[in-house]
Each structure stands twice: as C-alpha cells, then as structure tokens.
Write a protein that binds this ligand. Structure first.
Ligand code: DQA
Length: 184
C-alpha cells in the first residue's frame, strides 16, 4: 500500500476533533467524552494511479497522486473535514480499506481505476458500507473503449463524477460534505 499523505491522512491521526456542537456536520459526529469527532472521508485509489503525472497525461492530466492528495485534503479542510488518502495496486487491500471505512470513515470517495470494470469484490464491499459513496474518474470512461463502459462501482455509488481530471476529486469532496449533512 502507499499512503500518499503526511501523517494526518492516516485514519487514526486524520480524525478531526472539534469541541461542542457542529451544526453543519452534526449527523456525522461520533461522541467521545466531552469532544465530538468528525470521521474522515476515505479517498481510495486503485491500480496504476500511483503513476499519475507521467501516465498518459493527455488522458489523466499532469497532476501527481500526491498533488491530488494535497488538494483533496485542503478542500476537505475548507468543509471542516479530513481525509484518509490512500492508493493500492491490490484489490484485496482496497476491500480491506472499504471495510475499515465502515467504522472509521464518514463516507468513501473511490477511484477504483481498472478494478471499476472488473471487481465484484469491491462492489460487494461497497454494498456493505452503508455510507455515502462517490465514484470518481479522472477521464470519462464512457467516451473511451467499450470495456470501460461497465462499472461495478456505479451500481452501488451514491453518485459518479468523471472526466474532470483532478477537479473531479474536489467536486467529490464538496458533494460528500453535502451528503454527510443529509445522513439521518
Ligand atoms: C480511471 C479510468 C479507468 O478506466 C482506468 O482503468 C484507470 C483510471 C480514471 O481515473 O479515469 O486506471 O479510473
């Protein structure tokens, strides 16, 4: 696994603590003593996204994944939220992180990369999540080869953002902030 962020992106360290009632995110607060903790958004990235910046920049843009991680964390901060930002080339590791988000996250933003089009395991893990899920792609898979048109993630995602390169991650954070607020 590669954890692309500085220490605050790790799940345990990424839990932002605020004092008192936070009306905007009241529903996602887990009470702990006198303090309320806002669980982080899990931003998970699949295979070969570690090569962003040099990998087919005409399709995926020139931003590296580390840069996208920094932009994403900054955007979340603007909403009073934090992120756990991770990348793996391994399907099972992504499944483990989705399961981890059940207890430790407020929602998942997922670019499953090629696993989007193949992984029933990721589909099932997401189905068991019971939290908002936003599927993100840098490119627009629907405008590409036919084998990219099918998504196992879309079937269980709350929403899908694609074709906006790294801006899609920021739009996903904005949308997640709204979805978290709406949770019962
Ligand atoms: C991708 C699109 C997928 O089809 C591809 O396999 C990727 C990246 C995207 O972000 O555009 O690796 O998820």
């Amino acid at each position: 696994m590669s954890d692309l962020s500085p220490p605050p992106h790790r799940a345990s360290a990424a839990v932002a603590t605020i004092r008192g009632f936070h009306p905007a995110f009241g529903v996602s607060l887990a009470k702990s003593g006198k303090q309320n903790k806002v669980l982080p958004i899990y931003v998970l990235n699949g295979p070969t996204l570690n090569l962003l910046g040099t990998r087919e920049p005409e399709i995926y843009g020139t931003a590296t994944l580390a840069e996208i991680g920094r932009l994403t964390a900054a955007r979340a901060k603007g909403h009073g939220l934090t992120v756990v930002f991770r990348q793996s080339n391994h399907e099972g590791e992504l499944v483990d992180w989705i399961q981890e988000a059940r207890a430790k996250g407020c929602g998942v933003i997922l670019n499953a990369a090629a696993y989007t089009h193949t992984s029933l395991a990721i589909h099932d893990a997401l189905k068991a999540l019971d939290k908002p899920i936003i599927e993100v792609h840098l490119s627009n898979p629907h405008a590409r080869e036919p084998f990219r048109h099918r998504s196992f993630v879309s079937k269980v995602a709350t929403g899908v953002i694609c074709g906006l390169k790294e801006q899609g991650y920021l739009a996903a954070v904005d949308a997640m902030a709204v979805l978290i607020k709406r949770q019962p």
